[in-house]
Design a protein around this ligand. Sequence first.
Ligand code: ADP
Ligand code: MG
Ligand code: ZN
Length: 507
Amino acid sequence: MSLAILFSRAQCGITAPQVTVEVHLSNGLPSLSIVGLPETAVKESKERIRAALLNSRFEYPTRRITINLAPADLPKQGGRYDLAMALGVLAASGQIPRASLDQYEFLGELALSGELRPIHGTLPAALQVREAGRSLVIPMANGEEGALIRDLTLYPARHLLDVCAHLSGASPLSPCAHPSSTALETSASYPDLADVSAQHHAKRALEIAAAGGHALLMIGPPGTGKTMLARRLPGILPPMSEEEALETAAIASVSGLGFSPQQWARRPFRAPHHTASGPALVGGGSVPAPGEISLAHNGVLFLDELPEFNRHTLEVLREPLESGHITISRAARQAEFPARFQLIAAMNPCPCGFHGDPRGRCRCTSEQIQRYRARISGPLMDRIDMHIEVPPVPPRQWRDTQREPLASSTDVRKRVIRARHIQLQRAGKANHLMTSPEIERFCRLETNGQHILESACERLGLSARAYHRILRVARTIADLEEAEAIATNHLSEALSYRRLDRKTGYY
Ligand SMILES: Nc1ncnc2c1ncn2[C@@H]1O[C@H](COP(=O)(O)OP(=O)(O)O)[C@@H](O)[C@H]1O
Ligand SMILES: [Mg+2]
Ligand SMILES: [Zn+2]
């Protein structure tokens, strides 16, 4: 029987469904046809397989070759099936043994010479190969990435011939080892919060935002340290769990940016420019690819100059901000990507940037200022838990802070970890994710607090959503103090992080 069956993996979102590659040789006019919903790049495999086999001095069967990629309803893209198909032709024509093929899965694109070219999405594929209980053969260039999956037998190979020599037992490939965990953990290093002088209010807000996972908007003129602060958020967030690290890595792996092991367990920081297109931000493309919000999964999405972003694009952020994932539909194709990012945004107080500057450099009219602010829609603002002012620092304060030692990211992170631990114990999630019933349960106020909050809401004309946001932030402030109940000082501090709710004027 001239039939060979091999296993490979497709890519769909961050999953890698199994693909069975069946190769059949029959009598008839010499030809090669690939069936099973192959797209253009897969159809081009024909030429690569033929050239690679001939250049590796194998015999190209002068028979009718049929390759079926199953399941047929799963779209197949790219050159990732080349290796499995070429090996299938060799096995079906008796040039390599067929017996042990079912213990492996094969991924890799062939160069005409027979060399193996890297593919996208090694990590999710490797994870699922392990679950299937097989070994994985991949291009050498993907080896480091695949090795991040522990307890998987992984064979990186340079050339089709090396894989054949392995399968025939002539010269086994050496398996790639999982890197030791210590080598991975030390790789995390971020810019330090101690680099930021003064701005105590902003640093405190950043700590609270980190502890509860709250979205934060910073308002202030250019050069006051907003970007500096945002970049320091990943370094004060709790360390990633293995599961989080895997998911974040899988997204980078399928994105085409690729994943380098140095990024392992590092919280991503993504800062797309305000001219970024909708698909670049949320994901898209004919083959759905993750966007910035997914690349920021388990990390920070920084939107600098928030009012300059396309309004429609910003609206799309609302759903993932609540659900933590995004579904991309393109024609008949759908893919879902995780997108649990922490949103940090920055904006100038007015179009020229100098509103509130003591030297009075701002010439913007109040109408212009209103219009500028109105570019950010109410519903998006409603989803941002904290708004703070990052004002220019008078030179005298600079000098003062130079004398006192500044809190380092390491110190702040310790407090954040403690506060986050309390949240996970209590509700199984960070405070920013608490639902209304959970807020009712965990953010109860005493009579006095209830009174303060109600009158503030009335005065500021706050929505029910904003009311809940204040309670979530107050809960986090109490958690940082390891306080059981939300006290009035926690509540008043939470209220102070709602700068933009004030109906009158800008600040
Ligand atoms: N609080 C601060 N502490 C130390 N340096 C600062 C501070 N604020 C601003 N700087 C300096 O000014 C530069 C610009 O800061 P940046 O964060 O880009 O400001 P913004 O984003 O608010 O426009 C920084 O690179 C840094 O050198
Ligand atoms: Mg900036
Ligand atoms: Zn102005």
